[in-house]
Design a protein around this ligand. Structure first.
Ligand SMILES: O=C(O)CCC(=O)C(=O)O
Ligand SMILES: [Fe+2]
Length: 358
């Protein structure tokens, strides 16, 4: 069964075509097999490309200063693993909403419609901290991220899912592919961070606590079709709180980054990864590197699947720089949570700036 067969049952009710009258009119969805597939991104984009097998601290550093985001090629993740993951994600997301919400919450937490405006992603089901998109208190349709997803911590080993046999087998296979993928992401993040740390001349003790692989997690997202795509966001404009984030997107597109005062569509290029720097990296580098602002559009007819990896410093490692008060990631999260509760948005780094206190 493909996603296109079962929109009604696999979509969280909030996103069903006629939910609460917000989605009016026919839902013009073309089944996957019958879709004409013109390339909406005929030209390559101007995103810088980093070759994982052959990059120097100065080349990587230049891209991190000017862009805070790049395309990573020759990363060593087998193409079959990437396509297998997307295939399984498609199968799992195509299960009925009732089945997905009944999944055990560990070791993969299902969430949907995380509130927009910030990065803490307090999903409907449970709090899912970290990477992108969450926030505000109002769970109304134009204030939520138009997606569902799984949050997958990488510091837990696979436990047994106690479910019906077929679903259990599906989830076990999905989870073991995610673990394999997570190990690759950890490898990439460690190596990229090492090169960045060299470019930035971090002393070895800082390098060690500034990137903590056990904090890493994956988010597998399915952005849902939306009849009012122009008025909704998959994830609205934000910066990640992470040190490094790494995205693998399918061929649908929708990710945009803000560079040089304009939004740029990130062309989906098969088997390449998109690496973006987060707020922690910007602070550690004393604003030499940029935590890039980005967002994700939704599509009227197509779902989009992406897999994000996010990694953070040791929770208590104190980030020292000349532009910011010394703070830990735990301090950052605490301030962010207060802002979300009180004003409904993430302020983030400006809260810690020495020259521009907010
Ligand atoms: O799905 C994507 O391409 C990006 C997701 C994202 O920005 C996030 O989770 O922070
Ligand atoms: Fe993000």
């Amino acid at each position: 069964m493909t996603a296109s067969d079962n929109t009604e049952s696999s979509y969280p009710p909030l996103f069903r075509p006629n939910h609460g009258g917000a989605e009016t009119g026919e839902h013009h969805h073309t089944p996957k097999s019958a879709r004409p597939e013109p390339d909406p991104y005929p030209d390559s984009d101007s995103l810088p490309v980093i070759d994982f097998r052959d990059t120097s601290p100065s080349d990587l550093g230049r891209v991190c200063r000017e862009w805070g985001v790049f395309r990573l090629v020759n990363h060593g993740i087998p193409a079959a693993l990437l396509s297998g993951l997307h295939e399984y994600a498609d199968k799992v997301f195509s299960l009925s909403f009732e089945t997905k919400r009944a999944f055990p919450t560990s070791p993969m937490l299902y969430f949907w419609g995380s509130p927009a405006l910030s990065m803490s992603a307090n999903a409907h089901q449970q709090t899912v901290g970290g990477g992108g998109g969450g926030g505000g208190a109002n769970c109304v349709q134009n204030n939520i991220n138009w997606l569902e997803g799984f949050n997958v911590p990488l510091n837990k080993t696979t436990s047994d899912f106690q479910m019906s046999d077929s679903e259990e087998a599906l989830l076990q296979s999905f989870r073991s592919l995610l673990e394999e993928y997570g190990a690759h992401q950890t490898r990439l993040a460690k190596s990229l961070f090492k090169t960045m740390a060299e470019d930035l001349n971090f002393p070895p003790n800082k390098s060690k606590s500034y990137l903590s692989p056990p904090t890493g997690f994956l988010r597998v997202y399915r952005y849902l079709r939306c009849h009012m795509a122009e008025q909704r966001w998959g994830i609205n404009s934000h910066t990640d709180s992470s040190v490094i984030s790494i995205i693998h997107q399918d061929q649908i597109g929708g990710l945009q980054i803000f560079n040089n005062n304009k939004w740029l569509d990130v062309k989906p290029i098969r088997d390449s990864l998109i690496v973006n720097l987060g707020d922690m990296m910007q602070a550690m580098s004393d604003d030499i590197y940029t935590s890039v602002t980005h967002r994700v559009k939704v599509h009227v007819e197509k779902e989009r699947i992406s897999i994000g990896y996010f990694v953070f410093p040791d929770e208590d490692a104190v980030i020292e720089s000349s532009n910011y008060e010394p703070f830990s990631y735990a301090d950052f999260q605490a301030k962010k949570e207060i802002d979300l509760k009180t004003i409904g948005i993430k302020i983030g780094l400006p809260r810690f700036r020495i020259d521009r206190p907010v």
